[in-house]
Design a protein around this ligand. Sequence first.
Ligand code: BGC
Length: 462
Amino acid sequence: MSNTAGDPGAQAHRHAAYVALLAALAGLMFGLDVGVISGAQQFIQREFAVSDRMLEHIVSSMMFGAAVGAACAGWLSGHFGRKRSLVFSAALFVAGSLACAVAWSPESLIAARIALGLAIGVAAFTAPLYLAEIAPEDKRGAMISTYQLMITIGIFVAFLSDLAFSYTESWRWMLGIIALPGALFLLGVLGLPESPRWLVLRGRSTDATTVLRKLRGDDAIATREVADIEAQLQTPQSGLRLFMENRNFRRSVGLGVLLQVVQQLTGINVVMYYAPRIFQDLGYATSAQMWFTAIVGLTNVLATFIAIGFVDRWGRRPILYAGFVVMAVGLGVVGTLMHAGMGTQAERLLAVAMLLVFVVGFAFSAGPLVWTLCSEIQPLKGRDFGIGVSTVTNWVGTFIVGATFLTLLNHFGHAQTFWLYAAFNAAFILFTWALVPETKGVTLEKIERNLMEGKPLRRIGQ
Ligand code: BGC
């Protein structure tokens, strides 16, 4: 970046830090939203005297809201702009978490959690889109990893807060406290400029230049970037049309959907949303349940670093193979121990350890990699559409897993439920072999060319 106006270097640096902070906060909110309900469940169940079925509704209503939110986010952010969508979702997040805290009945809690879900669905789609549009090229990759890592940190922080409030059984505080980071996020996004790309899309190139001049601190760069965006927009992003007309694009969208279905059927959100319940069923008292859950959260954070460190060295496919093997073994052993009845303390501890092994397996593989692959495999012209469809699938999948876990436990038994998920993971080894491309070190252009030439999906990275 050349130095012409003021101190553009320092300004650009401040800007990058600010955008990174926003990325971090958006990921944190995502994670808080996921993590917050697990510790609150048993107290909610006691206070409202509800069945497991109703509890499932309370847990999964948020995921339902998020699926709807993600499905509407493309339209929202196209119509009102990225910034206003983010402001809307942050405000709804604050309102939703406060409404959860004051819920007076199971039904009102469900309504509040749907609102919270809508908020996170919109944010989960819009934040990465905004970041990709506004970040300088060389910062984009780092920003995506930050976002991923912050999701797991958000979950961990929510587990810690649940642990702290569990001593007083204050489930309302557990659910309400996340309004604070939400408010911080709201303040943060209010200070953001609108996305230059969206401004150009709306024919407001002069405004886009003004924004970019401030962001990059250099007139020439700003003018050039606006010209680049204008040129890019000559090839319009008509994802839906491309989807109807182009079989190859349908293949990549289908693969994105499958990848997210696979990610959810690993069973990770059984643990993220119901960990204390699992530990309760293993025979542990409340305080031990909460401590183990916090350890699950920490394990999830730490193992994500393995993926960040190795994904560009080992490649996607080997990491996925390893992950599915570890997950299948982890859950298989948990199921077997539950089948055997876990008579001794040692067996119970082994079950906890194997559940942690499962979390490690997910966090270094399918967790971050599915998101990475979902954005790498879509051709430029349909990228927003393709990523939108897979993001919605992620939440629909989470919803199905969250809405059925307790029913599975009660109808089929603990061992059978964990074996079922273990079997899914074993099957995903085959899925990886048959369909997942190796995209390590390949340019997106090359992947796109291979896809459009009709190469088999697993070979579009070669
Ligand atoms: C998944 C979420 C999950 C989280 C756990 C993400 O990659 O999409 O559904 O709760 O990982 O860390």
